[in-house]
Design a protein around this ligand. Structure first.
Ligand code: UFG
Length: 333
């Protein structure tokens, strides 16, 4: 299959591209490189530098590239930024997303897999969270993901678009070639590893939550497992596959939670020394516990997480950083 991967030079996108290429698929990447990295694009893959929200360029690309399916990973994805600047999130994640859907419709590309987020749930009433839990996002980021998911559903009903929305929980880890490098970095595991590298303490955002050790619990999933799920989801959008007769939504997590404290301890074991830390106040908008019910991805997509341990996730992230980043946490020339 020939697949257009938006955001294919980013963290999740680049690992998904690796997986697609390995499985023998042709890939075209569309990435504006605002958060993606040119170095992440493998030589066998063509990179179009541009935005999925630019209608004319996108139409020309789809006409030229003759893709069978779209993997839509590109998005604005910082919760805090989305609160400060919701316009950017509506513009890129919603308006831009609709431009992409319209271009796909025009070019008769009827298959799409979408990077959604656990942020669509907001603060859940119960955990593990099933896909049928109410969607009550508490920030513009989650709201824009929810909105685009709804568009996929309605486009499916009206125009026959086949789609899978994958609601990621906390993506972590690396492959040999691609890892997580954001600027600014807000995520726990890269910040913990940077603390190990620089000696600058990591700030833990609160230890007074109603959890066994007082720190927040999250469901971490290895980025390579996530990439496997993308491949399975793309396959499920094949014409006549009954799994996508109506829009399919699947959580992607391992179904088990780890606390911030457990992550820091596991990282200390991986790097072989204590991680410098300081305790800070709670970060606004952090739910105490977010753990996925992962049954649907298993049952419907036939996917299981092959690397469901903190050791595998943090170990691979650490190995990638040591090979690719300098002691300040910047990418080596
Ligand atoms: N944390 C710290 N210190 C840090 C960074 C994070 O203590 O420097 C804590 C957070 O407070 C949280 C946990 O580590 O308790 C995980 O935080 P992350 O920022 O790594 O991830 P989130 O759970 O906040 O975010 C994830 C996804 C988002 C998604 C959100 C859903 O990355 O895209 O889940 O709520 F929106």
């Amino acid at each position: 299959m020939r697949v257009l991967v938006t955001g294919g030079a980013g963290y999740v996108g680049s690992v998904s591209v690796e997986r697609l290429v390995e499985a023998g698929h042709d890939v075209v990447i569309l990435d504006d490189l605002t958060t993606g990295h040119r170095e992440s694009v493998p030589p066998v893959v063509s990179l179009e530098v541009g935005s999925y929200g630019a209608a004319d360029e996108l139409a020309r690309l789809l006409e030229r590239a003759c893709v069978d399916a779209i993997l839509h990973c590109a998005a604005r994805s910082l919760v805090g930024e989305s609160v400060r600047d919701p316009a950017r999130y509506y513009r890129d994640n919603v308006s831009g997303g609709i431009v992409l859907l319209e271009a796909a419709r025009q070019a008769e590309v009827g298959r799409i897999v979408f990077s959604s987020s656990a942020a669509v749930y907001g603060v859940p009433d119960t955990t593990p969270i099933t896909e049928d839990a109410p969607l009550r996002p508490i920030n513009p980021y989650g709201e824009t993901k929810r909105t685009f998911e709804a568009a996929l559903r309605f486009y499916g009903d009206a125009y026959g678009l086949r789609s899978v929305a994958l609601r990621y929980f906390n993506v972590a880890g690396a492959t040999d070639d691609n890892g997580e490098l954001h600027d600014p970095e807000t995520h726990l595991i890269p910040n913990v590893l940077r603390a190990a590298e620089t000696g600058e303490p990591i700030t833990l955002f609160g230890a007074d939550y109603p959890t066994p050790d007082g720190t927040c619990i999250r469901d971490y999933i290895h980025v390579a497992d996530l990439a496997d799920a993308h491949l399975a989801a793309l396959e499920a959008t094949a014409p006549d596959d009954p799994r996508t007769d109506t829009a399919l939504v699947c959580n992607l997590g391992i179904g088990e939670g780890f606390s911030v404290r457990q992550v820091v301890d596991a990282a200390a074991t991986v790097v072989g020394r204590p991680i410098p830390e300081t305790m800070g106040p709670r970060r606004a908008g952090d739910p105490p516990v977010l753990v996925a019910a992962a049954d649907r991805a298993r049952e419907v997509l036939g996917w299981t997480a092959a690397r469901p341990t903190l050791d595998a996730m943090i170990g691979s992230a650490w190995a990638w950083r040591r090979a690719n980043l300098d002691e300040t946490g910047a990418r080596r020339e």
